[in-house]
Design a protein around this ligand. Structure first.
Ligand code: NAP
Length: 313
């Protein structure tokens, strides 16, 4: 059993910012990062709205956040938390694939994962033309035709990124207007390689070992068409990674952890930050801010705990 003061679960902007603040407060935090550092931002292409960076690639921003947290003493473990016990009070217990831990305080920053469409062919063709990561897979579509599903910032931003490789990017959206912000919408409208097809849903993905065609349906007329395509990129939002905390921490019907104004969950000493608790803003910068708040709150909590323990002696 490894004993820690503060464990941070997750290594996106929320987790790494919490690590930076906690390290600077001499809390010697341990970040359990998952298998890959960075969360969603690490698979994002251009980040243009993180203050101080005009334009930075998501993986580069992640690397900078990690280096800055480590510079002040944060430790990073590449492992996954498989079990937690928050219900029996302090010390909180956590298990990963390789270790068991006890901690006086925990910050949960496990973020959110990409939603799937749930249509026939999607699961079978993942990694064979179906993807949710343009930065990871865009290169494989040089000179090809790809389809992007979704109408939010991710769909448009990653669709624009894909035009660096693909000859044609068709964004299909189930409504008659994109949800994405104005800057991105204007860029998409000005890009000859992008075509936005409205009021359309994807019903099926087909191909022999790789994506070859899709079946789409108009939600206004009900008409069905088959389109040839080389790839399908799905950007239809995310769900919070809170399965691990079912029955341990209070959450809403969508699975977002409930926190008070000090970022504290339903268990005192367990805090949460980022997309695991934020159903509204979901930006790299808002997650970073929540990570900062959670670390400051954890610091105050641990200080009060120490004062209590001293007084009891
Ligand atoms: P999002 O804003 O939740 O948008 C998801 C899109 O997918 C919506 O247009 C939605 O349609 C559509 N959709 C959902 N389920 C669907 C389904 N089953 N079939 C077809 N379409 C479906 O998700 P996001 O674009 O990933 O963005 C998440 C958050 O990150 C947002 O807060 C966004 O602002 C932020 N973000 C920001 C940037 C940036 O600032 N540059 C970049 C990326 C992400 P409806 O419109 O009908 O709901």
């Amino acid at each position: 059993m490894q004993t820690e003061t503060l464990i941070i679960i997750g290594s996106g902007p929320a987790g790494l910012t919490a690590a930076l603040y906690a390290a600077r407060a001499n809390l010697n935090p341990l970040v359990i990062a998952g298998n890959q550092i960075g969360g969603q931002i690490a698979i994002t292409s251009d980040v243009e709205n993180f203050p101080g960076f005009d334009n930075i690639l998501g993986p580069d921003l992640t690397e900078k956040m990690k280096a800055q947290a480590e510079k002040f003493g944060a430790r990073i473990e590449y492992d996954e938390v498989t079990e937690v016990d928050f219900t029996h009070g302090r010390p909180f217990r956590l298990k990963t694939y390789s270790q068991e831990y006890e901690a006086q305080a925990v910050i949960v920053a496990t973020g959110a994962s990409a939603k799937r469409l749930g249509v026939p062919g999607e699961d079978a063709l993942i990694g064979r033309g179906v993807s949710d990561c343009a930065t990871c897979d865009g290169f494989f579509f040089k000179g090809k035709h790809v389809l992007v599903v979704g109408g939010g910032d991710s769909a448009v931003q990653e669709g624009l990124f894909l035009t660096k490789f693909a000859n044609r990017v068709r964004i299909i959206h189930r409504r008659d207007a994109l949800r994405a912000g104005e800057t991105l919408k204007a860029r998409a409208a000005a890009n000859d390689k992008i075509q936005v097809v409205y009021n359309t849903v994807l019903d099926r993905i087909e191909g022999n070992g790789k994506v070859q065609r899709v079946q789409v349906r108009s939600v206004t007329t009900g008409s069905v068409e088959t389109w040839e395509t080389d790839g399908v990129f799905v950007f239809i939002g995310h769900f919070p990674n809170s399965q691990l905390f079912q029955g341990q921490l209070a959450m809403d019907a969508q699975g977002f952890l409930l926190v008070d104004k000090y970022m504290q969950t339903s268990v005192p000493g367990v805090f949460a930050a980022g997309e695991i608790m934020d159903p509204i803003y979901k930006q790299a910068i808002s997650s970073a801010g929540q990570g900062c708040q959670a670390a400051l709150a954890a610091e105050r909590y641990l200080e009060a705990l120490e004062a209590q323990q001293l007084a009891a002696r």
